[in-house]
Design a binder for this molecule. Structure first.
Ligand code: ZN
Ligand code: ZN
Length: 304
């Protein structure tokens, strides 16, 4: 399972219907949080996304709208008895941020919080995926993140395996792992029953930034690109001045990169009730664009 849950879809200030920036990725049983604006823990409760076992938090930058939810979230985890360490990844200032957390009055957390500073190009490796940090272009040091799964084994042709006389059970797993097995004196090779390897899925989150062609290598293989979209196109001057994106700007880049789906989030509060202008500007350039709402979920299927 690979699922995205949008916990907060406003930028800068919350509105009655949109919380501050936070995105959860669920993969297998693992929960990863990307940005954690004020009120994120309550959004997690409403979304029933689970939060006690969030393994790591990835921060795009240290503007307050992306980070103020962390103290409250950690305090609740501690109250609920968490002892597992938590890693907070981010650009420059992540060490100072974690240091501040650990010295915040009498917060006194029951588990260690470790800062992991990332530079553009750094990768956080997990067993069957990696998260790569890349440079983005905002008014303070900032990073984007690409979660990329490693290639998956091909589909197992159960009917063909039975036809070749392989009994159901451990031999199936060995064949699926790429081994050759012997059945009744005859060798059965993995390739006879397992299809070609399938590419892993990829999700890219760019955080606050102007859109840049520097993202293209990252975006080309993306199933989903989650992009900020603070402004509609008629506010391009304001977007440039504050180093934020317009709907048209990101949609043109999405079309150029050929991503499968573009999800717009981090809306200026002026579009909180009616994001139609953003969607209209985006869809002029890229049809497969949607605007995220709080609690929207997207599940990315395993490739055929
Ligand atoms: Zn922001
Ligand atoms: Zn920002």
């Amino acid at each position: 399972m690979l699922k995205i849950i949008f916990l907060g879809t406003c930028g800068s200030v919350p509105t009655p219907n949109r919380g501050m920036p936070a995105i959860m990725l669920l993969r297998g049983g693992e929960r990863l949080l990307f940005d954690c604006g004020e009120g994120t823990q309550r959004q997690m409760m409403k979304a029933r996304s689970g939060f006690m076992d969030v393994a790591s938090i990835f921060l795009t930058h240290f503007h307050a709208d992306h980070t103020l939810g962390i103290p409250g979230l950690l305090q609740t985890m501690s109250f609920q008895g968490r002892t597992e360490p938590l890693s907070i990844y981010g650009p420059e200032f992540v060490e100072e941020f974690c240091d501040l957390l650990n010295r915040l009055g009498y917060l006194n957390l029951g588990f260690p919080v470790t800062a992991k500073r990332l530079e553009p190009g750094d990768r956080v490796e997990a067993r069957d995926y990696a998260i790569e940090a890349f440079r983005t272009f905002h008014s303070v040091p900032s990073l984007g993140y690409a979660l990329r799964e490693k290639p998956m084994p091909g589909r197992f042709n159960r009917a063909r395996a039975l036809e070749l006389g392989v009994p159901e059970g451990p031999l199936f797993s060995r064949l699926h792992r790429g081994e050759t097995v012997t059945v009744g004196g005859r060798k059965v090779r993995s390739e006879e029953v397992v299809g070609p390897p399938r590419p892993g899925r990829a999700i890219v989150y760019t955080g606050d930034t102007i859109p840049s062609e520097a993202f293209l290598p990252c975006l080309r293989s993306a199933d989903v690109w989650i992009s900020e979209c603070t402004f509609a196109d008629d506010m391009a001057a304001k977007a440039e001045e504050t180093l934020h994106s317009t709907a048209g700007g990101v949609a043109r880049l999405a079309a150029q990169a050929g991503v499968k789906l573009l999800v717009l989030t981090h809306l200026s509060s002026r579009y909180a009730q009616d994001p139609a202008p953003l969607l209209a500007d985006a869809q002029k350039h890229f049809g497969n664009a949607v605007v995220a709402d709080d609690f929207m979920e997207i599940e990315i299927p395993v490739p055929e």
